[in-house]
Design a protein around this ligand. Structure first.
Ligand SMILES: [Zn+2]
Length: 191
């Protein structure tokens, strides 16, 4: 796992008590609240290229991508969940639409016209992204997840970490707690 470009184990809301630790591979992630849960989305075979890469990453190549999302909440829902996983279907659909049997290219790919041509010929299912790499993908999925969390729970829950993985060896992580996430509560003050 690459650690250089991601904010792993940064101090997330260290003023909160009741920390717990999450071990993901060898990385320790610190959730912003006492309650947290994780959900894996997997089975997204797609291909991409990094046209500006001087090595072999400029060639079209593919992986089955997977995503591990970490969620947090100060207070549980009426069923006792941080996040009701069945409510994440819209996110699963979004991931499937973007990463299932698709071809991903960067918006500034000089062959973009060619890729559009192949798409129109029915040879590829093209998705144009700001950047197809795991780091930018993790950020994109974090944005999607939190748009859903905010809409559903009004700030009770958030997604504070996304790992985007391309194979068993390579992944990138994006960690951030959204500003609207409710990190204070009166309910637990007597504890
Ligand atoms: Zn590559």
């Amino acid at each position: 796992m690459r650690l250089d470009s991601v904010g792993v184990s940064t101090c997330l809301h260290s003023r909160l008590s009741g920390w717990s630790l999450f071990a993901v591979d060898s990385i320790v992630l610190i959730p912003p609240t006492s309650f947290s849960c994780s959900k894996v989305f997997e089975g997204f075979p797609c291909c991409h290229r990094q046209w500006a890469h001087p090595g072999h990453c400029r060639f079209v190549h593919g992986y089955s991508r997977s995503f591990t999302l970490q969620f947090a909440a100060l207070e549980l829902d009426p069923c006792g969940f941080v996040v009701d996983f069945s409510s994440l279907r819209p996110l699963d659909s979004k991931l499937r639409d973007q990463f299932d049997h698709t071809f991903l290219v960067n918006a500034d790919d000089p062959l973009l016209e060619e890729w559009h041509r192949l798409h129109n010929l029915g040879a590829i299912d093209l998705r144009v992204m700001k950047n197809v790499g795991m780091e930018s993908t993790a950020l994109l999925v974090w944005e999607w997840a939190n748009a859903l969390m905010l809409e559903r729970d009004g700030g009770r829950t958030c997604c504070w970490s996304v790992e985007a993985r391309e194979n068993s060896m390579n992944a990138a992580v994006y960690n951030r707690v959204p500003s609207w996430f409710k990190t204070t509560s009166t309910k637990h003050e007597s504890f």
